[in-house]
Design a protein around this ligand. Sequence first.
Ligand SMILES: [Zn+2]
Length: 422
Amino acid sequence: MAYTPKKIETKWQRQWEEEKAYEPDEGLERKKKYILSMFPFPSGRLHMGHVRNYAIGDAFARYYRKQDFNVLHPIGWDAFGMPAENAAIKHGRHPKEWTYSNIDYMRKELNTLGISFSKTREFATCDPLYSKWEQEFMIKMFEEKLLYRESTTVNWCEDCHTVLANEQVEEGCCWRCDNEVQLKEMDGYYLDIKRYADDLLGDLTELEGKWPSQVITMQKNWIGKSQGLEFVFELTEASKAKLGGQFETYSVFTTRPDTIYGVTYTALAPEHAITKYLMKHDLLSKNVSNKIAKIINMTEIERAKEGKEGYDLGLSVIHPLTQEEIPVWTANFVLASYGGGAVMAVPAHDERDFEFATQYNLPIKRVISGGDALPYILEGTLENSDTFTGMKNTDAKAQIIAFFQTKEVGKGVTNISYAIGV
Ligand SMILES: [Zn+2]
């Protein structure tokens, strides 16, 4: 017997429709099963990726119906936000008209596939009935302080009047219109997902052996939890005077408190308030100011592609334990978004710091023994580290944090790099 899809599929799809075969019943007697596939974005046409994705969910739903579960397998449309806005700009149509006409077309396509979605539960995330509750939810989160307002630097396209994700900036220009992207300070709302970092990490351990290990690693890196020491560098009196008394200290975060005695310089992000003050008050040469301004106009990704670049800011800070004077630099690899935009540098035990120190002829001080080659990034015994000399570097971490806490010049903190903008 020949398989004639037009004939056979149409026949059975009509019958399922008449019998309302895929509508869950309202009764509570049978065991319930909720099977949710990711909502498609109403881009206009289905593609093979959709077919593959929804066939898998459909197989699950049908399997559980055969087991006499009361199955709810809904479908909806991820129809709100920047993709719809951008597509509407591109096609010169109103976003609402563009979105709903695409949904109508794609629904027809989905129907011909015979996927067993409930037809009575469908919605689009731009429907007022849905967005109303979404807004209510946002207000609730704001009240619970799960949503907070913060000013951050974003990529901005003046032509499109939109914020761009880092991936949407191509060689400093907007991917859509090729206009030069500006960095702009802008207020935004963020979800305080950091509070759930431990829960998320805990749940990842349950997936070990079930998920590919590289996916678990990616998830962990994405959450970006690191434990370390936060402390302040105090500027020397001369440096404070140079900065017009506007700055006394700045805070740094490190995951390597065990290498604290090996700090030979410190570096600020080009966007750091101190760097900006120096530029604004002509306290750097014109040439250096221009070069820093150029870095500020690059995205984090673009900076990472460049070689290491930095400039001596002509300032010094005092090492919190040795009281030595340490030079202050600005460097293109120090990110404003991480740990307050300032780092301590330990060239003897960090590859990046070593490369930078070698390039700019900065001092290198070894504080962990083992092997001759530098940088030495493996475990070892502390040396040149005052009372901590002779201790295993891994054991010294907690002790050095405790020492900072006792002297009230620093504290142990957990830094989480993950935040969601809304
Ligand atoms: Zn643009």
